[in-house]
Design a protein around this ligand. Structure first.
Ligand code: LMR
Length: 397
C-alpha cells in the first residue's frame, strides 16, 4: 500500500542539527540552526521566563483546551508587542490575532486563509529566504516565485532590483517580507527603503505577509517592527506572523501569533473566524503551557522589564560576537573585505561560502553552518570565535 510513498530528502536546516547532535568531537560548534547560545555555549533559561514558570506551576487549575484562537491574554500582549501599545488600529478593533504553534504555525494558518480567499494569487519570497517559507506556501497550494533581494557579488541588499520587481507584480500577489534580521542574509532595509516598499504595497494592492521571528535582536523591539507600524500607518491590509522561540528562548514550547490587519472591525471579526477555522482543521487549538509563560512575562510590568533587559543583553552579545568574528577574519584574511558582515543584523551572517566549503568546515573543523553560507552568529562565544575565524580562513584560501 505505502510502497507509493517517496523518500523525504529532509530539511536542510533540521538535518544539519541532527548531524551536529551526533558529532562526537568535543570542539564541535553549531552555527547552523537559528539558536541563541549564551557565552558559555548553553541555550539560556531567561530569568524572566523562569520566574513566570514558577508562578504558572503553582497554579492548580486543570489543563483545559484553549479556544481555537488561543490564550486571550497572550493574544492581547502579542498585539501590543507587535503593533505598539498606541496603535490606533488596535483601538479601532481592526486587528485580529490568534496564538499559533510557533512562527511556522502562524505562516501555515495565514497561508491557508490567503489561499482560500485569493486562489488566483501567486506568492513571492525574497531571494534568498528561509527554506521553509517556500515549503509552507507551496504546501498551502501557492505557486511560489522569488523577488530579487541580495546581490551575492557585493554581499549587499539589491534594493533597486527588488523595488523594480515589486512594482511589476500583479495586484493581490502575496509577498513575504522579513521586517528585520533577514533570514538568511542579515541584510535589512533602512526605514526610508521600507517606506518605499510600503508605497508600492499600497499602490499595487499587494498582500504583505510579514514574518517577524527576531523582533528585538536587530536594533530593538520598536525599531525592528518599523515595517509593521509603517504598513498600519498607510492603512494597508496585511498579515504578521511572530515568534517567541528565540527572544524568549522557548524553542520547544512553540509560541507564536498571527495577526490580520483589516480595514475595519467587521472585517477583522471575519478574519478571526477564518483563522479559527484554519486552526480547527489543522490542529484544533494551540498548546497552553508556553503561551502562559509568555503571557505572564509580558503582562507583568516587573517581569516584562526584566525580559526587555535580558533581550537587550542577547542583542548586545550577538553584536559583540559579530565584531569578534569580523576582526578574526580580517586578521586571518587581510586581503578580503569582510565589511559586509558588520552591515548585517540579527542572528545571522551570510558569507560567500560554497557547498564544498561548508562540507570542509564541518568535516575538517567541526564547524556547522548551512549550505547557503548562513552563519548563526549567536552560536559564537569567546571560546570558539577565533577557532571559527581560523576555520573559515583555512577553507576559503
Ligand atoms: C532557522 O532558520 O534556523 C530557524 O528558524 C529554525 C528553523 O526551524 O529552521
Amino acid at each position: 500500500m505505502f510502497n507509493v510513498l517517496s523518500a523525504y530528502a529532509g530539511d536542510p536546516i533540521l538535518s544539519m542539527q541532527l548531524a551536529y547532535r551526533d558529532d562526537a568531537r568535543p570542539e564541535k560548534t553549531n552555527l547552523s540552526i537559528g539558536l541563541y547560545y549564551d557565552d558559555q555555549g548553553r541555550i539560556p533559561r531567561l530569568n524572566s521566563v523562569q520566574q513566570a514558570r514558577e508562578r504558572v506551576l503553582r497554579s492548580t487549575d486543570p489543563s483545559m483546551y484553549l479556544p481555537m484562537s488561543g490564550n486571550p491574554a497572550y493574544c492581547k500582549a502579542s498585539q501590543v508587542l507587535v503593533f505598539g501599545a498606541d496603535a490606533p488600529a488596535l483601538h479601532e478593533g481592526r486587528i485580529a490575532t490568534i496564538q499559533t504553534v510557533g512562527g511556522s504555525g502562524a505562516l501555515k494558518v495565514g497561508a491557508d486563509v490567503l489561499r482560500k480567499f485569493f486562489p488566483g494569487s501567486q506568492a513571492r519570497i525574497s531571494d534568498p529566504s528561509w527554506d521553509n517559507h517556500r515549503a509552507i506556501l507551496e504546501g498551502a497550494g501557492f505557486v511560489v516565485e522569488t523577488y530579487p533581494y541580495f546581490n551575492r557579488d557585493t554581499q549587499r541588499l539589491d534594493f533597486d532590483r527588488m523595488v523594480a520587481d515589486l512594482k511589476a507584480l500583479q495586484q493581490e500577489t502575496v509577498v513575504l517580507f522579513h521586517p528585520s534580521c533577514h533570514n538568511p542574509t542579515g541584510a535589512d532595509l533602512s526605514q526610508a527603503q521600507w517606506d518605499q516598499v510600503v508605497d508600492i504595497v499600497v499602490s499595487r494592492r499587494l498582500i504583505a505577509f510579514l514574518d517577524m521571528a527576531y523582533q528585538g535582536f536587530g536594533d530593538g523591539l520598536d525599531d525592528d517592527a518599523y515595517l509593521v507600524r509603517a504598513l498600519v500607518r498607510a492603512n494597508a491590509s496585511f498579515l504578521v506572523a511572530n515568534s517567541y522561540s528565540k527572544t524568549f528562548s522557548l524553542y520547544g514550547e512553540r509560541c507564536g501569533s498571527l495577526s490580520m490587519v483589516c480595514a475595519n472591525a467587521d472585517e477583522a471579526g471575519r478574519a478571526l473566524g477564518q483563522m479559527q477555522q484554519a486552526v480547527r482543521r489543522n490542529y484544533s487549538s494551540p498548546p497552553a503551557f508556553g503561551a502562559s509563560l509568555v503571557e505572564t512575562v509580558l503582562n507583568d510590568a516587573e517581569l516584562a522589564a526584566l525580559w526587555r533587559s535580558e533581550l537587550a543583553e542577547m542583542r548586545t552579545r550577538i553584536q559583540t560576537m559579530r565584531s569578534r568574528l569580523y576582526e578574526g577574519l580580517c586578521v586571518q584574511q587581510p586581503d578580503v573585505d569582510w565589511a559586509f558582515l558588520m552591515a548585517q543584523k540579527g542572528m545571522f551572517g551570510y558569507a560567500p561560502v560554497l557547498a564544498q566549503h561548508m562540507m570542509r568546515l564541518r568535516n575538517e573543523h567541526a564547524v556547522y553552518i548551512i549550505e547557503s553560507g548562513r552563519i548563526c552568529v549567536a552560536g559564537l562565544n569567546d571560546a570558539n570565535v577565533d577557532r571559527v575565524a581560523h576555520a573559515f580562513a583555512a577553507v576559503l584560501k
